[in-house]
Each structure stands twice: as C-alpha cells, then as structure tokens.
Design a protein around this ligand. Sequence first.
Ligand code: GDP
Ligand code: IMO
Ligand code: MG
Length: 448
Amino acid sequence: MSQSSSVSAKAQRPSAVILGAQWGDEGKGKIVDVLSEKFDIVARYAGGHNAGHTVIIEGKKIVLQLIPCGVLRPECKGVIGNGVVFDPQAFLNEVKKLKEAGLPAYDPAAKQLFVSNRAQVILPYHRMIELAAETAPGRQTIGTTRRGIGPAYEDKIHRNGLRVVDLLNTSLLRTHINNACHEKNTIAHALFGTEPLDPKQMYEEYARLADQIAPFVTDTAVLLNDAINAGKNVMFEGAQGALLDIDHGTYPFVTSSSSTAGGAVTGTGVGPTKIGTVIGVTKAYVTRVGEGPFPTQDDGVMGELLAKRGNEFGAVTGRPRRCGWLDLPLLRYSNMINSTEWLVVTKMDVMDECPEIPVCTGYKIDGKVTDVIPADIVGFKKIEPVYTKMKGWMAPTEGITEYDKLPKLAQEYLEFVERESGAKIGMISTGPDRVQTMTQPAFAEMLG
Ligand code: GDP
Ligand code: IMO
Ligand code: MG
C-alpha cells in the first residue's frame, strides 16, 4: 500500500534505536536530546529509574531517569514502553521536575507523555529484597542502583508481577499487594532477617499514586504503531548499555533487562521491520560504575585525569565511575550484537590533556592474541589488553562544532576508531551542552 500524500518531509525519516555501546553513561541523554529534533516520538524500552540521563540546555541541567529525554522539546512525544519497570513515585517526582522547568509534558492534558499499560510496576518489596540480597553474607554483590530493578524483572518473568493496568484496578491491587507482601515478607525475613512491610499502608499509598498516574496510561504499542503507520518516526531510547544487557553483557554484572537493540522490539511492541537504523553511543574512552570486569581500567594518574576532566560520578547514585581506555574488541562486539550502523562518539574534550592515548585493539588470553570475547568472568579475568598507543592532541576541543576544526590528531583518533569498530561515526560530542556537537554530512543526510 502506498503512503498517504499527507505524509510530511519529517515523516520520511527512519525510526532509529539509540543505545549505549558500553557499560552505560555514554552520554545518551545528551544525544537523544540533540537528535529528538528530528523525531516525532521518543520511546524508552527497557530499564527503569536506574538510568540517569543528563541533558544540559543553555547551562541548565536536567537529569531524567524514567521519562524519555525527547519530552524536553514540546513538539516531541514521550513514551514509557512495556519493557520498562515503572516506579510510580519516581515517575511523579520527574513529572514535578518537568513542571518546575516549565515544560508542558508534565500535564497529561498536553497529551505529550504516555505510560504503557503493560509496563511492570516496582513496589517497595522489590527494593527490600534487593537491598537485603546485595548486602547478605555470601551473596555476589553486583553493585546495583538499589532501585528494585532486578526483583521487579524477576517477578515479571516469574509471571508474578503487577502491571500498570493492574495498578489502576483497585480490587486487583489490594489482592496483589496482600499476597505479594505475605510472600516477600516471609522470604526476606527467613533469608535476611528483614522487618516486614505493611500491606495496608502500601495499598493505600499505591492506590493514591495510581489516581495520579491514570491519565498518562494507554496502550503504547497501539500508539507507536499507529504513529509509524501514519508516517511519523520514533526514536527508541536505550537505557544502560550493551555490556549491561542481561543476555549479552558481562553476566552476572549486568542489569536485568535487554538493553541491546532487540529490547526495543519487545519493549515497545514495534516489530523490527519498522526500525530503520541503530545508533550506538560510545565515550571516546570507557567508564563503568558498580562491580564487574573492565579489562582496560586505568587505576593510575591517567585514569584519575579522565575521571576529573569527565566529572565521572553516577548521575543516579553519585558513585565514582571507574575509568579506562577505549576497548575496541568490546566495541566491535557491541556493534555486532546490535547491528549498529552509526556511532556517536562523546566526551572527546575530556581527552584534551592526554599526551598519549592507549587504545585496546585486541586481547591476549593465556598468552595468545585473540579477538574473542569471553562469556565468563573467569575468562575476563585472564584478559591482557593489547594496546596501540596513539599520540594525544594536547589542544582544547571543547565546544568545537566543525570536524575540520578538530586538531589533526583528534581526527586521526576518530578515523582509527571508525576503521576498527566497523560502524560509521555520525556525530561527535565535545561538551555536555546541546550545542557542543558536530554532525557528519552522511549522518545528517540519513536523518533528513
Ligand atoms: P547517559 O546515562 O548515557 O545519558 O549519560 P549520563 O548523563 O549518565 O553521563 C554522561 C555525562 O557526561 C553527563 O554528565 C553529561 O552531561 C556529560 N557529557 C555528555 N557528553 C559530553 C561531552 O561530549 N563532553 C563532556 N565533557 N561531557 C559530556
Ligand atoms: P544509564 O541509562 C551505568 C549498573 C549498576 C550495576 C548494574 C546493575 O544512565 O546509562 P541495576 O540497578 O540495574 O540492577 O544495577 O548496572 N547500571 C548502570 N550503570 N549507567 C546506567 O544507566 C546503569 N543502570 C544500571 O551500576 O552495576
Ligand atoms: Mg547515566
């Protein structure tokens, strides 16, 4: 069937997944904000308020955790998809932030922000179980954000979860909370000696929250598919990063959802043939927060310099992020599992004072050079990174918006990364603000 003639020029643009190519905090928030100008809808598909996406517009900072960054532009709609685990209180706190910032999306009457009726709800017992498990003797500490993300996904897969549609049904809500509290209190007390939560109080609180959330709730799969069929385009906003993916990441040091491109399909109800491209966001170096392997971590003065210049502290928990050098085997792996077509390289300016930049081009495992990514933590522990040392540009790049104005050595660094990673570099970010960005002509053409 041919498309209707009323389809606007903007509508010809492809839908795209934009995701973190590393262990999260790559600067997705900033890039989603910049690119949302070209999209009608931005939809979150996985994770929850464990994410922290920072956007800086004319010096004003806003951190969004659950709400897609696209809503910062009043003409862009925001969708929280079914793949997200939804904390009602966290959502309302963010809605309040939008109101204080004078953004219309806070008001359901604006019809700009929507929550899937099929998203799973995070309840206080999820946080209780997670906190107890993370601190229990003999348990593997993951270094989670302690937002109840893992236990909420456990209940989902166990077919024992509460969905947003059920939150709005008071009799179902009461029964669910009574039964779940009984079960979770018993388990948490038996295993961890935790004090029980009060189901009556919980029901009253969540019934109140449900009333405030109800006007935002809809069948977002229908909304998204109708929009795409009408010629609109959607950006699927990833949270976390490919290496934190429950299947493909550095298990068990991962989050509990599908943060890779495949998650955009299951997490929104839009099929893969409707998604035109995949854009991976990578820092010019690497950071990681929480536990888990990190072959190129630099604990020396250069790692400290990256942390200081990059202000590497978690946007959600304030924890310091570990810093290290670009890991091309992992970036190639990330590009492979996501079919990443375009890369966005952020935080180039952070490396302005590095006289030498080591880039990991391969691994040595048991003395043999290999490009294979180990599936297990034992394998990861054996990795000796093989580095190519590149000369640093030692000149300021902050705020540069034209590729030709970048120092020659910075251009060489980017060209090396592009060649070795197997994806085209479409954008480069040289500072946290919306305007500190440059777009390559082929990428601009693709976006239309
Ligand atoms: P996200 O989770 O991927 O959205 O990333 P976060 O917001 O958690 O962390 C990225 C941090 O880097 C934020 O503080 C951003 O403001 C900042 N940032 C993003 N791009 C750049 C850049 O190009 N240069 C610098 N210096 N900071 C950046
Ligand atoms: P954004 O979207 C960085 C990490 C946690 C922990 C692991 C599991 O801002 O990039 P969880 O609470 O999800 O069960 O924790 O995953 N983690 C992140 N690290 N950025 C994030 O999100 C993260 N979300 C979770 O630190 O190691
Ligand atoms: Mg973050």
